[in-house]
Design a protein around this ligand. Structure first.
Ligand SMILES: *Cc1c(COP(=O)(O)O)cnc(C)c1O
Length: 427
């Protein structure tokens, strides 16, 4: 049996048919934007390996930080212990996130950080005398992860809620925010989506702990960029109805949208903020959930006082130093200029797709480029075709998209755009 045959027979891959897995290539090593396969083929990682490889693969500063920490303290339990990597990362996070978010919970992955956020909201409401507030409101077309509670607030259609009926918590859905980021914001609540949000909160607020959503960019649920004013007004409604506001910045954090956080496109601050994906520059799994004093003190002063969560690998030192190194790199490099450069190139080069017959829309925000087709695109066909062009692309649903590492050169960006345009022409 070849290694690849073993893989196909025994290993699950994400969202893949175990009996009929699509084209799969064996990656041997990677550096910068390049992934080298076992046959020597090199591919540009236009996905930043699922949106996390911010500074490119195998960044020497990050790998060195992990090496050094590995020789000192690879792990220690966080119950009753603290360590410099966790403290130094915490100090850095407080510098760059909204000022009201002063309390940090470290966890293993994005989905877990969403679980933690939702649990915080329910436990807070319980602690302050609202035990009935245990449900959530969210927008359609959202995505928050694959664990149960996170899944319950994913889009009911693309998240296949019918498949899990009876197993998923029932939540409240409002329409996708209807005004796109580049449209003029209409003040009429009947047009801008705020009327529907108000209606749900008016009717159900006594059962709702929090409003959870991805600020400005809906990722997996449709690669859609909406108007930040929606979030300013949602904040006011949440306050009016005693509902917490949770921002899931797992996809948008660390510069991807052109601001350090998507929250920075708004005038407000959430009560709880989830981060993951690019937190360690993609080098090791890690996530955080940050909250404000109000939520933390509410939980701390209530019953049972302790917050009921504590992963085995909480605040893993290797992950903490990787995250700290990645954030320092962001400081030291002109990431904003790079994102602007990428945004300009994507805008210029993807525009050609507008004239293709089956293209519904082309949109770019920061270092995210999307060609939306009028039909579903086969990820397998796209993967094989892009591989032949030396690019790693994995569309989902109707969207052929890229999220390149910030270090991607102009020539590499052109190769990515050529690949995307070919997929849009041929698939
Ligand atoms: C990827 C993602 C998650 C889930 O993160 P995992 O690390 O895959 O568990 C949650 N929310 C958003 C917005 C994401 O993009």
């Amino acid at each position: 049996m070849t290694p690849l045959e073993f893989d196909q027979k025994h290993l699950w891959h994400p969202y893949t048919n175990v009996e009929k897995p699509g084209p799969t290539f064996i990656a041997k090593e990677a550096e910068g934007v390049w992934i080298t396969l076992d046959d020597g083929t090199r591919l540009i990682d236009a996905m930043s390996s699922w949106w996390c490889m911010l500074h490119g693969h195998r960044n020497p500063t990050i790998t060195q930080a992990i090496h050094d920490q590995l020789d000192r303290l690879p792990h220690v339990m966080f119950g009753g212990m603290a360590h410099d990597p966790a403290i130094e990362l915490g100090q850095k996070l407080l510098e760059i996130t909204p000022p009201s978010l002063q309390r940090i919970f470290y966890c293993d992955s994005g989905s877990v950080s969403v679980e933690v956020a939702m649990k915080m909201a329910v436990q807070y409401q319980h602690a302050v005398g609202h035990p009935g507030r245990s449900q959530f409101v969210t927008t359609r077309s959202g995505y928050h992860g694959d664990t149960w509670k996170a899944m319950s607030v994913c889009d009911p259609v693309t998240g296949m809620h019918h498949l899990f009926q009876g197993a998923l918590s029932i939540q409240h859905f409002v329409p996708q925010p209807p005004i796109a980021i580049d449209q003029e914001w209409p003040e009429d609540p009947a047009l801008n989506g705020i009327a529907e949000l108000r209606a749900v909160l008016e009717e159900y607020h006594k059962q709702i702990a929090a409003f959870i959503l991805e600020p400005v960019v809906q990722g997996t649920g449709g690669m859609y960029f909406y108007h930040p004013e929606y979030l300013n007004q949602a904040r006011a409604l949440c306050d009016e109805f005693g509902v917490l506001l949770i921002f899931d910045e797992i996809a948008t954090g660390f510069g991807r949208t052109g601001r350090l956080f998507a929250t920075d496109h708004t005038d407000i601050e959430p009560d709880i903020l989830c981060m993951g994906k690019a937190l360690t520059g993609g080098h090791i799994s890690f996530a955080t959930t940050m909250t404000n004093d109000r939520v933390a003190q509410g939980i701390g002063n209530g019953e049972p006082g302790v917050f009921m969560h504590g992963p085995t690998f909480m605040a893993n030192p290797l992950a903490c130093v990787a995250a700290k190194a990645s954030l320092d790199l962001l400081d030291q490099t002109d990431w904003q200029a790079n994102v602007t450069r990428i945004e300009t190139a994507l805008n210029e080069q993807l525009a050609a797709a507008r004239d293709l017959p089956n293209v519904a829309d082309v949109r770019v925000l920061g270092a995210i480029g999307v060609i939306e087709m009028d039909h579903r695109v086969s990820a397998d066909q796209a993967h094989a075709l892009a591989h032949d062009m030396g690019v790693f692309l994995r569309p989902f649903g109707h969207n052929i998209y890229c999220m390149p590492p910030f270090i991607t050169s102009d020539d590499e960006l052109s190769a990515i755009c050529d690949g995307m345009l070919r997929l849009a022409r041929e698939l």
